[in-house]
Design a protein around this ligand. Structure first.
Ligand SMILES: Nc1ncnc2c1ncn2[C@@H]1O[C@H](COP(=O)(O)OP(=O)(O)OP(=O)(O)O)[C@@H](O)[C@H]1O
Ligand SMILES: [Mg+2]
Length: 467
């Protein structure tokens, strides 16, 4: 008996139902009708998850659990039943609980959580102890790296004040997420968080979008309309892509920051406002200031508290955690059963440079979950972009030559073109295979071919390669 899930239940109907359901979900299951055999079974055959009635576990006290974990340290136990305050459950991250009556959807999601936990343990270099196990801020930002943990601390501290914050970082690092976290953690959280993307709104509309307008202010202004500053009153205004704001608006924004009042377009009357401003940009604002593309005085006003989110390649410990998080989310949303990335695939992703940062990683996991549907994702499933990086490693190496080396001269007696081309092709294919130790996927990448095309060629040409 070698299966992922062990179901321990003395009631036949229940165990058959649970087993049939989980088998249908793609898990391999084993059933045990009597709890006396638990320990023997577990010591004989490793299982990943044990599902058992809570009463069963408690009859034999925590002894069963301790012994089971001694034999199989990564075993996750899912207990279902009624908790009893006189006999509290031991606090252990490997013990998950579902109340009775058993709901199969709930069971499925708890099994998924158990598998996520194990995936994380198997894929992170350091063991995930309870203090280290996923780190969240506001249940949305995830990270365990030193940089992210100090970012969490900073965001919490900043949230207590009303100071203007400037969030900087490359594209997709989580700037908006950080801004939302500050709002959520602040005393303004019950008011609006109003995002404005300064790069997405045409310049001529941005002023009225920010400050509102009065009736007749311009053609088409048929009525008074409040702006985003009004909407954000007592809340937070998030000025995204602030580096793209034009000079005339920079002056107006500076004025609001200084005087806490503004005039709607077409109005001479100032309006008071109580707004906390968080600005963000993926541009280098200091450079823009040096080039006189951004006002220096506004820069200082905005960056009372500067926060920089590091790129993902500088906090690689977060990669498995993020992968696991997105995997769980997309599996749930798309009703898929992808269990994880193989060690080799994960190694490739850990070493990849992630120019698109967390957003790129999120998109990759979504694509993999959509295409793969179940099982583990192997390097062969990854898009070529990630594999070609594998050959060059982290250092930038010259790209593989794509053009054929120069041909020898045409001999005086002439040549059979077809067999010369054929021999030339064979030589290059064999060289590529030799260089990659016989790995067809990598050899195909060196030749700029699809792996399947290379395999077809090898078959057609009856070429053999012995590494
Ligand atoms: N630490 C994190 N934990 C979980 N999800 C994250 C994290 N960082 C980023 N994301 C996710 O990555 C995506 C991009 O994040 P966000 O929009 O905050 O980035 P950004 O820095 O504002 O990007 P851009 O510069 O392109 O506007 C979002 O879907 C977000 O939920
Ligand atoms: Mg953004």
């Amino acid at each position: 008996m070698n299966s992922e899930l062990l179901i321990v239940e003395d009631d036949r109907k229940t165990r058959d139902l649970v087993s049939a359901f989980l088998t249908y979900q793609g898990y391999s299951t084993a059933i045990l009708g009597h709890h006396d055999d638990i320990f023997d079974t577990i010591t004989r055959t490793p299982h990943r998850v044990m599902i058992a009635d809570l009463a069963t576990l408690l009859t034999r006290s925590h002894d069963i659990l301790d012994k089971a974990w001694e034999a199989s340290p990564d075993l996750v136990v899912i207990a279902y039943g009624q908790t009893d305050s006189s006999r509290p459950l031991p606090h252990n991250e490997r013990l998950l609980f579902i109340p009775k009556p058993l709901n199969l959807d709930e069971l499925e999601s708890v099994v998924m959580r158990a598998r996520e936990y194990q995936f994380l343990k198997a894929t992170t270099a350091e063991p995930a102890t309870s203090e280290e196990f996923p780190h969240f801020l506001c249940s949305t930002i995830i990270g365990r790296s030193r940089q992210m943990l100090s970012l969490f601390e900073l965001l919490e501290k900043v949230a207590e004040s009303n100071a203007t914050v400037l969030v900087q970082g490359a594209s997709g690092t989580g700037k908006e997420l950080a801004a939302r976290a500050i709002h959520q953690l602040s005393s303004r959280s019950n008011k609006n968080f109003v995002p404005v993307n300064c790069a997405a709104i045409p310049d001529e509309l941005l002023e009225s979008e920010l400050f509102g307008h009065v009736k007749g202010a311009f053609t088409g202004a048929y009525a008074n309309r409040p702006g985003r500053f009004d909407l954000a009153d007592k809340g937070t205004l998030f000025l995204d892509e602030i580096g793209d704001m034009k000079a005339n608006l920079q002056v107006k924004l500076l004025r609001v920051l200084q005087s806490k009042e503004f005039e709607p377009v077409g109005s001479a009357r100032s309006q008071k406002v109580d707004v906390r401003i968080i600005a963000a940009t993926n541009k280098n604002l200091e450079e823009l200031v040096a080039n006189r593309d951004f006002r220096e005085d506004l820069y200082y006003r905005l960056s009372v508290i500067p926060i920089t989110i590091p790129p993902l390649r500088e906090r690689r410990e977060d990669i498995p955690l993020l992968i696991n998080h997105f995997l769980g989310r997309f599996n749930r949303d798309k009703r898929r059963l992808v269990k994880g990335f193989s060690r080799e695939a994960l190694e490739i992703l850990r070493n990849y440079d992630w120019p698109g940062n967390v957003r790129e990683l999120e998109n990759l996991v979504e694509r993999m979950v959509t295409l793969k549907e179940s099982g583990f994702i192997s390097p062969d499933d990854l898009p070529d972009r990630y594999l070609s990086r594998r050959q060059t490693g982290r250092q930038v190496a010259p790209p593989a030559p794509l053009a054929p080396p120069p041909l020898e001269e045409l001999p005086a007696e002439g040549i059979c073109l077809n067999s010369a081309v054929d021999a030339f092709e064979n030589r290059l294919i064999l060289q590529a295979l030799q260089r990659t130790g016989g790995n067809k996927k990598e050899a195909a990448a060196l030749l700029n071919l699809k792996r399947t095309t290379l395999i077809e060629k090898l078959k057609k040409k009856n070429l053999q390669f012995d590494p």
